[in-house]
Design a protein around this ligand. Structure first.
Ligand SMILES: [Zn+2]
Length: 283
């Protein structure tokens, strides 16, 4: 899938699409019954039984000056201690090639945050070593986010993620630690959207008076537009993530801004409109 925003082209590169599943595993309040009550989610984002559908994908953002990859998904061959993302083989690089890009085409990699499913393709396994997948890219990571994970008493899973997907690009000298309002180029800048993680950022795009907004994990599923208070089990501060969702959705509602959801299933993008006390995605 591709979108045009003025002179910018955004292309969705899929790493993995999930089958429909009970959303309560991610958002405890998103039970089948509660999701089924939100009729506009069907058929793209939920099924008749109230199971939700999600996707793991990156966005390649081509601006007139730089080509940016926003988030790098889960990755291949990664030891994840036997969990559901353990030692996957995903067709991400094949999908990237099919979309017309080689890894060398990427000038900037932006990680919205440093979770397992946003840093995976930062590196790939070559002859038993983790090497940067995008050798010509600067990898941008939020300073707040990086410091949080570096100083964290890691559990084993986060230690594995940091060691195979963050540390190798840092040690290769490819990482720039940036502030949460960093301007990547004339058309793309970061905005602070904390709560899912302490240093989480989203991305604003603007060209020729057209605008788009890449969510990252400030929202995981369109059902959170109907219920901004539906925090996920992985939000580091659930009340802050809820405040962020309410604030950002209210800012975007009714505006001609294309919202691109980092985990939204196809069609992945739409505009936010008000719906009673909450919001809805118009695709
Ligand atoms: Zn995620």
């Amino acid at each position: 899938m591709k979108w045009r925003i003025g002179d910018i082209t955004v292309t969705r590169i899929v790493d993995m699409e999930e089958p429909h599943a009970d959303g309560a595993f991610l958002m405890p309040d998103a039970t089948r019954e509660a999701v089924a009550a939100i009729d506009w989610l069907r058929p793209n984002f939920a099924d008749e039984e109230g199971n939700i559908k999600m996707s793991f994908h990156a966005f390649v953002v081509e601006t007139p000056s730089v080509t940016i990859m926003v988030d790098t998904c889960i990755g291949s061959d990664k030891d994840r201690g036997g969990g559901p993302m353990d030692k996957l083989k995903t067709p991400f690089l094949e999908n990237l090639a099919a979309a017309g890009f080689s890894p060398e085409d990427i000038d900037v990699v932006l990680c919205t945050h440093l979770h397992i499913d946003h840093v995976g393709w930062n590196t790939r396994l070559v002859d038993g070593r983790w090497v940067p997948t995008f050798p010509k890219a600067r990898y941008l990571m939020g300073r707040t986010e990086f410091d949080f994970w570096r100083d964290q008493e890691f559990d084993q899973l986060h230690q594995l993620v940091f060691d195979d997907s963050v540390r190798p690009v840092f040690e290769a000298g490819l990482v720039d630690l940036v502030e949460t309002d960093h301007k990547i180029c004339e058309e793309a800048r970061l905005v602070s959207t904390p709560g899912h993680t302490p240093g989480h950022v989203s991305v604003e795009l603007e060209s020729k008076n057209e605008r788009a907004f890449i969510t990252g994990d400030m929202a995981h599923h369109p059902c959170q537009l109907a219920h901004p208070e539906w925090a996920t089990n992985f939000d580091s501060d659930k009340s802050q993530s809820t405040d962020t969702r309410r604030r950002v959705f209210a800012e975007l509602a009714g505006k001609p801004v294309l919202v691109l959801g980092t985990h939204f299933a196809e069609p992945t993008a739409g505009r936010i409109v008000r719906d009673g006390d909450a919001f809805r995605l118009k695709t």
